[in-house]
Design a protein around this ligand. Structure first.
Ligand SMILES: [Zn+2]
Length: 287
């Protein structure tokens, strides 16, 4: 994406940068700002300024004796773009190499066809922002989930698809705001899940801690909450979810709000949490 940035005109780059930064980094002190409005403005600017993203991928279909499953990491951004995306892709590919699953990465929404998605068991929305799929691409992804596909959302996966209600149900809720990056105390509230049973019950780490538009807790299985008394800027109350999972429309979904920082993708505990989330939605680990 650095190459895409270089292609922007000077004016477009500055305007897109301002809009996307405002869209993602809306100060908590300015609740009247409409995040979705700014996100849409950023989408408009970037859709004019950016060429279609290229995608790397296209490994052979799975064969007997090969990887246990295949995952597609999708990192298209129409709004804010996280600096940690390259490190995250590298880390997920490394997890795949170490744990016997294939990982392809794409920035291109046109890979969301029935034929191409049939090559994968898991699709990972990693720091996607804004509107990233056309209606036909959304429909293909919905059919993928209804066929029993797995979805993993990382961090800004809740900063995507604001006008795609089915997706909002899949990921659980939408991003609202966040304070500055700071350490906080996480509490594992469901230690029976494969993605949490190896974690410390109380886990202090540094990240960008999201507030959400609505509490997803009534419709998902909350795995980890954050203790708002241990940092400033939390707005979800005493039961602030950070990671969760659920069965949804025939498939499985797992989401963590962690993962803003590049350092996250060298954090063994975070990576093990993510790995087991990926394997859970792939159906290779039990409930
Ligand atoms: Zn972030």
């Amino acid at each position: 994406m650095r190459a895409h940035g270089a292609l922007l005109t000077g004016f477009g780059r500055i305007l897109a940068s301002c809009l996307s930064v405002v869209a993602h980094h809306r100060p908590v002190l300015l609740p009247w700002l409409d995040h979705a409005l700014f996100a849409r403005a950023a989408v408009l600017v970037l859709s004019i300024a950016l060429p279609q993203g290229a995608w790397e991928a296209a490994s052979a279909p799975l064969t007997g004796g090969g990887p246990a499953f295949a995952a597609l990491v999708f990192t298209k951004t129409s709004g804010f773009r996280h600096d940690s995306i390259p490190a995250g892709i590298t880390a997920i590919k490394s997890l795949g190499e170490q744990h016997n699953f294939r990982v392809d990465a794409s920035e291109d929404g046109t890979v969301f066809t029935d034929a191409n998605l049939a090559r994968y068991q898991v699709v990972i929305f990693f720091d996607t922002t804004g509107d990233v799929l056309a209606p036909g691409e959304q429909a293909a992804f919905e059919r993928f989930i209804r066929r029993g596909g797995g979805f993993v959302g990382i961090h800004a996966a809740t900063d995507t698809g604001y006008e795609w209600p089915w997706y909002g149900g899949l990921v659980g809720t939408y991003f609202d705001s966040h304070p500055a990056i700071q350490p906080a105390l996480l509490k594992v509230v469901d230690a029976t899940h494969v993605s949490t049973k190896h974690l410390p019950a109380e886990w202090t780490r540094t990240d960008e801690w999201y507030n959400f538009r609505e509490d997803p807790s009534p419709s998902v299985r909350v795995l980890i909450q954050i203790d708002e008394t241990t940092y400033s800027g939390g707005r979800m109350g005493a039961h602030h979810p950070i990671s969760w999972c659920h069965a949804y429309d025939g498939g499985r979904a797992w989401y963590t709000a962690m993962g803003h920082t590049t350092e996250s993708y060298q954090d063994p505990l975070f990576l093990s949490h993510l790995l087991e989330g990926i394997r859970w939605v792939a159906g290779t680990t039990p409930e």
